[in-house]
Design a protein. Structure first.
Length: 102
């Protein structure tokens, strides 16, 4: 009886988790990562200003600024926003930016 209960629970979890994994895998396939070259990063607040400017753009999933290298690495949905629009958002925040060629 206990074996049957455990098997039923295990099968239910296995069936339930498969569709969730499929959706997550599809969502990850559509994401793209781009590196932006960013100028005028002179203080600690610059990092947060650029990250916040990027995170406010629809379609951006994550944004990280490396001040030492003068770059921002952005993960985004290309169906919602273009890489050039990300560079414009950073430039509009006061930090001239361009898309680094692949």
């Amino acid at each position: 009886m206990i074996k049957r209960l455990i098997l039923t629970i295990w099968m239910g979890l296995a069936i339930w988790s498969v569709p969730a994994l499929a959706v997550t895998a599809d969502a990850q396939q559509t994401l793209r990562r781009v590196t932006l070259e960013v100028s005028n990063l002179t203080c600690g607040m610059c990092k947060y200003t650029v990250e916040n400017a990027l995170k406010q753009v629809e379609g951006v999933k994550s944004a990280t600024v490396d001040m030492d290298q003068g770059i921002a690495v952005v993960t985004f949905d290309p169906d919602q926003v273009a890489a050039e629009a990300l560079a414009r958002a950073v430039s509009n925040a006061g930090y001239p930016a361009s898309v680094r060629p692949d």
